[in-house]
Design a protein around this ligand. Structure first.
Ligand SMILES: [Zn+2]
Length: 256
């Protein structure tokens, strides 16, 4: 991963691309320090091929923003995420098919073999979870609570030592029993993990290492400092947020 890529290097790379003019067209001639944000709907209006800044094998997923579906591609090398400690045995419960493919690939690189479960076929999931001694759960905001209720039938809750949950908004965040969750991540399908909830101050999110998070006019604007197939540069997420200094010493933001 290109963790040390600066914002201006990323913008220069996108500006000079011979493969796509997607960002050039949107930015027009704006200076690097005043690039206009890009709404998620703008991606939906342009075909996947026209947004590709590199040619790489990967996985393509369908994203829905409002009613309109559009395609997004991840190169395998761009999948990232520090979700669980190595050596654990997680059960994955996700509502989107993309997560059920992408998360095990990401975990596999850390020598974590994940078991994919489903809420729609609980007997098989429960049998597997009990017999393969799972000790952790990775879920999205819609599957976490029903998933833990389902597991209560076969597992002692103390057996589950790590619980990682992904949310896409403040509304989803507040719907969760936050105290029992080990890692709470804000994540969008276009960006991957954006930020995680501070371990000390349970309201403030801190950006992931290769993410640049700005709260502008009450909205979270996100840049991923990586040369992705479709780079994410000043994406207007639609997530309501405001900047907040955290007592832990790091900059952060709260979800409205
Ligand atoms: Zn903090």
């Amino acid at each position: 991963m290109s963790n040390d890529l600066s914002f201006s290097e990323l913008v220069a790379w996108a500006r000079e691309s011979g493969l796509s003019s997607f960002y050039r067209d949107h930015w027009n001639h704006a200076a690097t320090n005043s690039l206009p944000p890009l709404a998620r709907e703008k991606f939906a209006a342009v075909g996947l091929r026209a947004r590709e800044y590199k040619k790489k094998k990967g996985i393509v997923s369908v994203i829905r923003v409002g009613a309109k579906p559009y395609l997004w591609k991840w190169a395998l090398e761009d999948l990232q995420g520090d979700y669980l400690r190595s050596g654990c045995r997680p059960l994955l419960l996700f509502s989107r098919a993309h997560d059920a493919i992408e998360k095990p690939l990401t975990l596999f690189r850390k020598n974590i073999l994940a078991l994919n479960g489903t809420l729609s076929n609980p007997s098989v999931t429960l049998f597997a979870a009990a017999n393969y001694h799972i000790d952790s759960v990775l879920a999205d905001s819609s599957t976490y609570v029903p998933g833990m209720q389902m597991l209560a039938g076969v597992l002692d809750s103390k057996q589950i030592v790590e619980r990682t949950v992904f949310v896409e908004s403040g509304v989803e965040f507040r719907s969760l029993p936050e105290q029992e969750i080990t890692h709470l991540l804000l994540s969008l399908p276009e960006t991957g993990s954006i930020a995680r909830l501070c371990e000390k101050h349970h309201d403030i999110f801190h950006a992931e290492p290769d993410m640049l998070c700005e709260a502008e006019s009450g909205e979270l604007i996100v840049t991923r400092l990586a040369r992705l197939v479709t780079p994410v540069i000043r994406l207007a997420t639609g997530i309501a947020a405001r900047a907040m200094e955290c007592e832990c010493g790091k900059k952060g933001f709260v979800l409205a």
